[in-house]
Design a protein around this ligand. Sequence first.
Ligand code: GLN
Length: 454
Amino acid sequence: TEACLGAIEGAGALNAFVHNTPDLALERAGAADARLAAGNAPAMCGLPIGIKDLFCTTGVASQAASRILDGFRPEYDSTVSAKLRDAGAVMLGKLNMDEFAMGSSNETSTYGNAVNPWKVDGRALTPGGSSGGSAAAVAADLCLAATGTDTGGSIRQPAAFTGTVGIKPTYGRCSRWGIVAFASSLDQAGPMTKTVRDAAIMLEAMSGHDAKDSTSADLPVPDFEAMLTGDIRGKTIGIPREYRIEGMPEEIAALWDRGADMLRDAGAKVVEISLPHTKYALPAYYVIAPAEASSNLARYDGVRYGHRATLAAGDGITEMYEKTRAEGFGPEVQRRVMIGTYVLSAGFYDAYYNRARKVRTLIKRDFETVFAEGVDAILTPATPSSAFGLGEMANADPVQMYLNDVFTVTVNLAGLPGISVPAGLDSKGLPLGLQLIGQPWDEGELLKTAHVLE
Ligand code: GLN
């Protein structure tokens, strides 16, 4: 813990940690020492970790990287952060992210962007988003592991951009209670780590049924670490032809082929599959996620939490709402709220929102069909490129940024588990990730397969 606290102090330029809790960390590390000495140490006893700013943590700023939550210090812990604490993990502080987890580059944060510890010719790169601070902190050894959340790729894409491991579990595996909601039917928490083994250990600690989240599953949590046997003989791995998108860089295609070869060499059968509705996933996601966000974010009204605008004489409650929300939400969040409100409004609801929900069902069925045909897991690239420069996409058309999620959003729409594993470097010397998509509740088999790719 002391070593990490020192590293965090020396790495201010990465802007990964945005609220540090050194005193609390040292106190918990001391308690962990005592448990270790007494010989009754839980799985993560004394391991220093970072927590994404989206998770509520008792008495510690939890702002979802938004100005509208300025000064918000919850009186309770999210179920996931409480479980990690119970497993002995030591929280070092809160990690940077895109505002309300909306973004793919950590550039929508009210704290300013986090920076990727990987560089090309000294050029500053994004660590990805929205869990960019988590990825940067793990990659730069500021903590041993971190929590992330993934609504459309926010664990897997930053993991790919920083050479770390990130798993989005099956929807319902981890409780969402106490995590600031973005799009409730898509959001899941998950671990971001150095290795697949670490991800297995941490996922087990984070998982499990929670009466406070009615969508959390009442299923046993396996010993994921024990499943990392390296034996994937007889497994069938699907390669979806629709993911070979137009203009896919040669290097990404080569990485994908290499991954397939590695799995084949380890005894898996690799087959081509079709997921025909893939091309509708991004448009469906960018209707459903903003629709849910516009509803979830209605609670930030200047009354219950955080920021309230200074009012002029004669301003009434309407002006208070308007000014507070205009000041408190950044431009990307405002864009999502407007898109969401539009697609849910009378007259457009059927054309957009209901349509997108039907498309979501078709995407889910695509996966169900291939799994029923005997496919155990699906291999794809995690991202269409390696990490890009800061400002490069943020200053372009927002749709350019949304295109980053082309390989990841299908997994959230279908509620499946997905993992990104580091799979080598591109010609610029930057990390690339491969994604494995698994059957529901099959994180153990997914981790086992991912372990072979490490
Ligand atoms: N980049 C996607 C978005 O902006 C995904 C974000 C996420 O997974 N939280 O919505």
